[in-house]
Ligand binder design. Structure first.
Ligand code: DGL
Length: 267
């Protein structure tokens, strides 16, 4: 048996925190031959409340360093809050790199809703983006779209993923605005427009005043990335390659353990 003939460049997955693991999970299934680098800008977390220009500069600056250091095949920007703001600038600043973005899944929600009432659960940043308004204008004009910007849910999701207890009341008060009744019709789709939220989907389902479809775009993002990452027949995944980078340089024990669970060593 000969050694693999191709050394493949890795896929870089970026998020403000640990929410992008929901996308990494799906991307790995579809790109088993690739190594993965997971980057969490935990020093800047949460992105939801950042002033736009400052966040733009931060993310562009970070990518200048990340691309030089890791030379990935593609970058998946798993973070809605980042990509809806800085996606176009990233592509302009680094034209040699392929960026796969994450934007609120408003188009698929508008195609699937039967009641015509759709809610988008996101960070305050994503809710106020021109990008998000444009998506509604372009794809969901026939629907009633309720934008729900949650101040606290990303932090709560981080705590929940690490094993802390979060109270039902606290979660419900963040999601209850998503449930709209209008002229005998009810919201039937809630778009999870923040990578952190799918980790809490079971909780959302249990607390929801009525059943809805919680739309998680992770798999669609991974499928899109797969189409942009060349498949090379005799390549295999480099052993023990995958790792996570935290911009704080100092993830706590619970976070390191979580990363281990996802097969990522921590740097
Ligand atoms: N994970 C980010 C997103 O998808 C948001 C979390 C944050 O506020 O940083 O929008």
């Amino acid at each position: 048996m000969t050694a693999p003939t191709h050394e493949l460049k890795p896929v870089l997955v970026f998020d403000s925190g640990i929410g992008g693991l929901t996308v990494l999970r799906e991307a790995r299934v579809l790109m088993p031959e690739r190594g993965f680098i997971y980057v969490a800008d935990d020093a800047g977390f949460p992105y939801g409340g950042w002033e736009e220009q400052a966040l733009k500069e931060r993310v562009i600056g970070l990518f200048g360093r990340l691309l030089e250091e890791h030379d990935p095949e593609v970058c998946i920007i798993a973070c809605n809050t980042a990509f809806t703001l800085v996606g176009a600038d990233l592509r302009a600043a680094f034209p040699q790199m392929t960026f796969v973005g994450t934007v609120p899944a408003i188009k698929p929600a508008a195609e699937r809703t039967r009641s015509g009432l759709v809610s988008v659960l996101a960070t305050p940043g994503t809710v106020k983006r021109a990008y998000t308004r444009d998506l509604i204008q372009s794809f969901a004009q026939q629907c009633h779209v309720r934008l729900v910007g949650s101040e606290n849910l990303a932090r709560m999701a981080e705590a929940y993923i690490r094993g802390d207890v979060v109270s039902d009341e606290a979660v419900l008060s963040e999601i209850d605005q998503c449930f709209v009744e209008k002229e005998g019709r009810k919201t039937d789709i809630v778009v999870l427009a923040c990578t952190h939220y799918p980790f809490m989907a079971n909780l959302f389902r249990r607390l929801a005043p009525w059943p809805v479809d919680w739309l998680d775009p992770a798999e669609a993002i991974a499928r899109r990335a797969r189409t942009l990452v060349p498949q090379i027949a005799d390549a295999v995944h480099p052993d023990n390659f995958d790792f996570a980078v935290f911009t704080s340089g100092n993830p706590d024990f619970a976070t390191r353990r979580l990363m281990q669970g996802f097969g990522l060593s921590t740097r």
